[in-house]
Design a binder for this molecule. Structure first.
Ligand SMILES: [Zn+2]
Length: 286
């Protein structure tokens, strides 16, 4: 029986990304291998990505990329994917109840209770960054690895005032307070951004396979120079009509390509920029 405050169904709330299959590459875009090639989903299928670059990733590299993709999809966007019914390879495995941290009385300790998936106060999290180091005019860029000072966190359902949702849920569960939790896997997320930008540039422009710093981040290997290539903008843009926003621009100063990327843009999420260095996008087109 539906509860008075039941969350309206959100299946179909998020628009689909227009499907597009690019020309097959015929070798691994990350390492150049021609062995056991598989198709690369530029944005993961689990986030509704439908841009496909065929025969573009070898088995070794796709094991590496799927590792951080899985981390992001499960820990950061897993609940959200349930809420919006985004694609999954194993739908049957989705739990009907999820655990939520609650305090029964003001004085009691935090504990976990099971809450039906339809009533769960899902959060969605994105890290904010500085502008990419490659775009800022500084004497010397200091390599730091993935860092964020600030997170974008929202209640995942667009139909609710999140505080009202929490309040009515606390009443319903008969608890004093509850604490929705979310995780930001910043390093895995940076690799995801790098992978999307890198494979998208290859798909659109054709790219020389070179072991660039960005490719190494896109494989989750060496994250040291991560913030040189990746950044976000300070100010949020209004929610998009598209599921994701992904586009290429030129950064003229040294001919690097600048990829603009906004995952789940329909939810009003932050905008990211990834710098694809010029030496990695030249020779295949020439
Ligand atoms: Zn490879």
């Amino acid at each position: 029986m539906p509860t008075p405050n039941a969350v309206p169904p959100l299946h179909g709330y998020l628009p689909s990304q227009a499907a597009h299959t690019y020309k097959a590459v015929g070798r691994c875009i990350y390492c150049g291998s021609t062995h056991q090639l598989s198709d690369e989903h530029i944005i993961p299928l689990g986030l509704g990505g439908r841009l496909v670059l065929p025969e573009a990733s070898c088995s070794i590299c796709s094991t590496k990329t799927s590792r951080f993709e899985r981390t992001c999809l499960r820990t950061m966007y897993g609940p959200l994917r349930m809420l919006y019914d985004l694609p999954t390879r194993r739908k049957k495995g989705r739990p009907e109840t999820l655990q939520l941290k609650v305090k029964r009385t003001e004085a009691s300790e935090w504990e976990y209770v099971q809450v039906a998936q339809e009533r769960y106060p899902f959060l969605i999290t994105f890290p904010y960054f500085e502008a990419p180091g490659a775009l800022t005019v500084v004497e010397k860029f200091e390599a730091t690895g993935p860092v964020t000072q600030r997170l974008w966190i929202r209640g995942a359902s667009p139909h609710h005032d999140f505080h009202e949702l929490l309040q009515s849920l606390a009443e319903e569960l008969g608890v004093h307070s509850l604490m929705p939790e979310s995780k930001a896997e910043v390093s895995a997320f940076c690799s995801l951004l790098a992978k999307i930008a890198f494979s998208y540039t290859v798909a659109e422009r054709g790219v020389a396979v070179e072991r660039s710093g960005l490719a190494s981040i896109a494989l989750g290997e060496n994250m040291q120079n991560c913030m040189h290539y990746i950044g976000s903008v300070e100010k949020d843009e209004p929610p998009s009509v598209f599921l994701h926003e992904l586009s290429l621009g030129h950064h003229t100063r040294d001919d690097s390509i600048l990829v603009r990327l906004r995952l789940l843009a329909k939810l009003g999420t932050p905008t990211y920029f990834v710098v694809v260095p010029s030496q990695t996008h030249r020779s295949m087109t020439e």
